[in-house]
Ligand binder design. Structure first.
Ligand code: SF4
Length: 361
C-alpha cells in the first residue's frame, strides 16, 4: 500500500481501482501525507468567507432519492420566493457583512428564463460589489431542457447578468449506475463536466462537489475525483488564463427525510481518509473544502489536519443539508468560526469567493 501512496505522491498516473487501495493505509500515514501537501501550500491557514445562502424555491421537477430539501411527502412545505423577497434578503445580508451570495434552487418549473436573469441583474444593480455564486450545473441543464436554450447561451447570459462564479453542486457521484439510481432525472455526468468546462472557457471559476457516504463504492469516489482532475488539467493545457475549479468539496450524505435506503454509513476515519485522498489525488485543484454544514464543525476542523484548508463560510441560513438532518440551519457567527479555528491551533483567514485573502485574524 505504501507503494501506491508513493506513486500517487510522485504524480504517477494511476487508475481509480489502484488509488482506492489508499483507503487500506492507516489513517495517520494517509493524514500525514495529505497534511504535508496542505502545509506546503497554506501552512496553518484555514480559509472561510462571510456568505449568505439563498435558496429561492423548493418546488422541484426532479425527484432525487437523497434529497430532503425539495417539497415532497416527507417535506410538505413548498415555497417560492419572488425577486423582491430575494433582494430583501440579499440587501440585509450585505448590510451584515456578507460578501458572497450563494444562490441555488430546486428545478422549479414555474420560473421563467427571464426570472433567473432578472434575479442576478437586480441584485447586481442594488449591490454592485457583492459576489454572486449561482446556479449549479444541474440547474443550468434543467434550464437548457426546459426553455430549449443551449447551455452555452445560458452560461453567457449568466455572466452578462452578474453571476461571478458557479457553485459545485449537482455533481453528486459520476458513476453511471449509482447516478441513475439516486438521481435519475438530473444532469448526466458528462454534461455536468461540459457545463463547467464551458464556464471555465469564459474565464470564470467554479467549485466541484462529490456526494459520498451513501451507496457508492470507494472506486466510484476515486473515479469521480479523476474525472475532475482531467477536466481541470485540460483547461490548463489550453490556456492558463482560463477559469477552473477553485475547490473540491466532498459532501457527506445526510440521511434524514429522504427516500434513499443506505445500510451503512462511513465512519469518521473513512470520512477523514476520503478528504486526505482527495488532497493527494487532486494536486491540480487548489483547495479542498471540509464543508462544516455536512461534517459538523468539529469533524470539519479535524479534517484540516487531513488535507483540507477551508471550512466554507458563515452561511447565515442553510436549508438544503439541514432538511436532511445537518445542524446548519442558522449558519455560524463569524466570531465563533474565528474562535474555533484559533482554538484548533490554526490561523483564520477570511477570503473572498475566489480565494483572495481579505483579513487574517
Ligand atoms: S437535489 Fe435538487 S434537483 Fe434533486 S430533487 Fe432535490 S432540489 Fe430537486
Amino acid at each position: 500500500m505504501q507503494r501506491i501512496l508513493e506513486q500517487a505522491l510522485s504524480g504517477e498516473e494511476l487508475s481509480a481501482q489502484e488509488l482506492s487501495k489508499l483507503y487500506e493505509l492507516d489513517i495517520f500515514t494517509l493524514g500525514e501525507a495529505a497534511d504535508s501537501i496542505r502545509q506546503a501550500k497554506y501552512q496553518k491557514k484555514i480559509f472561510f468567507n462571510v456568505n449568505r445562502h439563498i435558496n429561492p424555491s423548493n418546488i422541484c421537477a426532479d425527484i432525487c432519492k437523497f434529497c430532503a430539501f425539495s417539497a415532497h411527502r416527507k417535506n410538505p412545505n413548498p415555497y417560492e420566493m419572488s425577486i423582491d423577497e430575494i433582494l430583501i434578503q440579499a440587501i440585509a445580508s450585505a448590510k451584515n457583512g456578507a460578501k458572497e451570495l450563494h444562490i441555488v434552487s430546486s428545478h422549479n418549473p414555474n420560473y421563467t428564463y427571464d426570472w433567473y436573469m432578472n434575479v442576478f441583474r437586480e441584485i447586481k444593480k442594488a449591490l454592485p460589489d457583492i459576489h454572486i455564486k449561482a446556479l449549479t450545473a444541474a440547474e443550468v441543464d434543467f434550464i437548457e431542457r426546459k426553455f430549449g436554450i443551449d447551455y452555452q447561451h445560458v452560461l453567457e447570459d449568466m455572466a452578462k447578468n452578474g453571476v461571478d462564479s458557479m457553485p459545485g453542486g449537482g455533481a453528486e457521484i459520476f458513476a453511471p449506475k449509482v447516478r441513475e439510481y439516486i438521481c435519475k432525472g438530473k444532469v448526466k455526468a458528462n454534461r455536468w463536466l461540459e457545463i463547467h468546462r464551458y464556464w471555465h472557457s469564459l474565464g470564470k471559476m467554479s467549485n466541484a462537489t462529490m456526494l459520498f457516504g451513501h451507496i457508492e463504492s470507494k472506486i466510484d469516489r476515486l473515479d469521480h475525483m479523476l474525472q475532475l482532475k482531467t477536466a481541470q488539467s485540460e483547461k490548463s493545457r489550453v490556456d492558463s488564463k482560463l477559469g477552473g475549479f477553485n475547490a473540491f468539496i466532498p459532501l457527506l450524505y445526510q440521511r434524514e427525510n429522504n427516500y434513499l435506503k443506505v445500510d451503512s454509513f462511513p465512519t469518521g476515519q473513512e470520512i477523514l481518509k476520503t478528504i486526505a485522498i482527495a488532497r493527494i489525488v487532486l494536486d491540480n485543484i487548489p483547495h479542498i473544502k471540509a464543508y462544516w454544514a455536512t461534517l459538523g464543525l468539529n469533524l470539519a476542523l479535524v479534517a484540516q489536519e487531513f488535507g483540507a484548508d477551508d471550512l466554507d463560510g458563515t452561511i447565515e441560513v442553510e436549508s438544503i443539508q439541514s432538511a436532511a438532518g445537518a445542524k446548519s440551519k442558522n449558519g455560524i457567527p463569524k466570531n465563533e468560526l474565528i474562535y474555533q479555528i484559533k482554538n484548533a491551533g490554526f490561523l483564520p483567514v477570511e477570503r473572498d469567493s475566489i480565494y483572495n485573502e481579505c483579513a487574517v485574524y
